[in-house]
Design a protein around this ligand. Structure first.
Ligand code: ASN
Ligand code: ZN
Length: 317
């Protein structure tokens, strides 16, 4: 499953510092607001967790290696959603360099954020997964782990961990929808459709219909199916189906482009100091409702959509 190596990643995430945008200083030296600063490294199929050979830096032309160019381009599309729609300048909000380490490991079936500024991408074994740099939603998912670390810093365990995972799926899907200029109605709401091999086809997860993305998908769509387990940090990649589905219901109830009203509500929630790192689903839902009311009005269609979305998944905001 795509939940491999969570112990490696989450231990590093624990060490991450909580730095909310409100307290952040100006742009980092050498960065230009509105422009990404990307660096792609080739790990040459080693397990090394420090950057290997720098193969494409910002502004440099495409190289022969397709994985390098896909990571570079998909980082650019992810940066564009955050900048164009949310006026956020990269992972830390102040122009942080976006570093991708491609060809990590041998036939490695995963991609992950290490909590220390690096995104790792495996080539896949060709059966479960293929080259993970191909997935725009997957790249959006991994980069969003960095955004979450710099904002709400949701603890990677149990419900807070499932929220951390869900926030990555939500913004990963929004990156793809924004790039394709697809409305909520037109989007497929699948995660990982471009990187799955035959054994996990057609996708890793479905926000529209959690539990149906592939033959091994066990995600619940509502609290009735909440999975109690000690695996995967308390089922963070499983129970994320519940807030994922709430977002889908909210986005399709409100209608239009999901990166507009629903995305704005989710982004404001992530940046709201009332959202604690230990938030439960109900805590998170309450902040989304508070933000929907603050931005659009107490009796707005947006606030009503948020309320009904959480009710649909049996979470009381
Ligand atoms: N692809 C997974 C994720 O980003 C990797 C992991 O769990 N370490 O959540
Ligand atoms: Zn994740």
């Amino acid at each position: 499953s795509l939940a491999l190596d969570h112990s490696f990643r989450s231990a590093r995430v624990e060490r991450g510092l909580r730095a909310r945008l409100a307290g952040a200083a100006g742009p980092a030296a050498g960065s230009t607001p509105g422009r990404p600063n990307r660096a792609i490294y080739d790990q040459h199929n080693s397990d090394a967790t420090t950057p290997g050979t720098l193969v494409r830096a910002e502004g440099q032309p495409a190289v022969e290696d397709g994985s390098v160019n896909q990571a570079y381009d998909n980082f650019g599309f992810t940066y564009a959603l955050y900048w164009d729609v949310f006026q956020r300048d990269s992972i830390d909000g102040r122009g942080q360099r976006i570093e991708g380490l491609v060809h990590y490991g041998q036939a490695y079936d995963n991609a992950f954020w290490d909590g220390e500024g690096h995104m790792f991408f495996g080539d896949g074994d060709g059966r479960l997964l293929t080259d993970t740099t191909k997935g725009l939603d997957v790249i959006g998912h991994e980069l969003t782990h960095g955004v979450t670390q710099n904002t709400a810093n949701l603890t990677y365990q149990d419900q807070a961990g499932a929220l951390n995972e869900s926030v990555s799926d939500v913004f990963g899907s929004l990156v793809k929808q924004y790039h394709l200029q697809q409305s909520a109605e037109a989007a497929d709401w699948l995660i990982g459709a471009d990187i799955v091999g035959p054994e996990l086809a057609p996708a890793l997860r479905s926000m529209k219909a959690p539990g149906t993305a592939n033959s091994q998908d066990t995600q619940p769509a509502t609290m009735d199916g909440y999975v109690r387990t000690s695996d995967d940090n308390g089922g963070v990649h499983t129970n994320s189906g519940i807030p994922n589905h709430a977002f889908y219901v909210i986005a399709t109830t409100i209608g239009g482009n999901a990166w507009e009203a629903p995305g704005r509500i989710w982004y404001a929630t992530l940046n709201d100091p009332d959202l604690q790192p230990s938030a439960t689903f109900a805590d998170f839902a309450a902040v989304t409702l508070k933000q929907a009311k603050a931005i659009f009005g107490d009796t707005s269609a947006e606030a009503q959509g948020v309320q009904s979305g959480w009710e649909a998944v049996k979470v009381a905001p």
